[in-house]
Design a protein around this ligand. Structure first.
Ligand SMILES: [Zn+2]
Length: 132
């Protein structure tokens, strides 16, 4: 099992602890074992962890990942677009050509990691109904 340092300490106390939320998020791995891939596709969870069998089908991140994406990607693009407008004042078509693809690609990218982080945080705090 891929437990981190806190997982090892919890193991010694007889309490099963997931891998760190950050590690599971960045690697897209199972929050319980740290080995299995949690995604069936870029934005869809697999029904269960392929390594330890943790049931992921009951987990729903809801609008959490979308909310985080709107706040982070939208906020970042807004700041960058405002700075560009103040510093250079390019024509509006350049703003559209520059920021529209960045919003789309940034949102797709951030949604993936946001969903993984929310799943790992949910597992850590609610255990996804896990009794092991
Ligand atoms: Zn697993």
């Amino acid at each position: 099992m891929g437990l981190d340092a806190s997982g090892e300490i919890a193991y010694l106390w007889g309490v099963s602890t997931p891998v760190s939320s950050t590690s599971a998020c960045l690697r897209g791995r199972c929050p319980r074992c740290g080995e299995g891939d949690i995604f069936a596709s870029w934005l869809q969870f697999a029904p269960a962890c392929r390594a330890c069998g943790l049931d992921l089908s009951r987990h729903d991140t809801g609008d959490g990942a979308a909310y985080l994406t709107i706040c982070v990607v939208g906020g970042l693009i807004t700041v960058l677009a405002t700075a560009l407008e103040i510093l250079v004042a390019p024509p509006y078509w350049l703003h559209a050509v520059l920021w529209l693809p960045m919003v789309i690609l940034g949102s797709i990218l951030f949604l993936h990691y946001g969903k993984a982080w929310l799943l790992a945080a949910s597992y850590r705090h609610h255990r996804l109904g896990d009794t092991t």
